[in-house]
Design a protein around this ligand. Structure first.
Ligand SMILES: [Zn+2]
Length: 71
């Protein structure tokens, strides 16, 4: 699915945060992040990937995330 924030450029992916096990959806292009695993309920992104990781006291890097699948 294309990212609603950056349009045609980004793909949304389901990710697992390696250290917490939490699953989130994020855009590989603009780093928008949604705290949901259901693409039908996406609203405006509240955070980006780095903000989300910092909020959980993790290094703000994509390497903290495991790519599960495209959504
Ligand atoms: Zn995007």
């Amino acid at each position: 699915m294309h990212c609603p924030t950056c349009g045609e450029y980004g793909d949304l992916v389901l990710l697992k945060v390696k250290r917490t096990g939490a699953q989130v959806i994020a855009c590989t292009e603009c780093d928008s992040l949604w705290k949901t695993v259901d693409v039908t309920t996406l609203g405006e992104p509240l955070l980006d990937v780095a903000d989300y990781l910092r909020e959980h006291h993790l290094p703000p890097k994509w390497s903290e995330l495991e790519l599960l699948r495209r959504v």
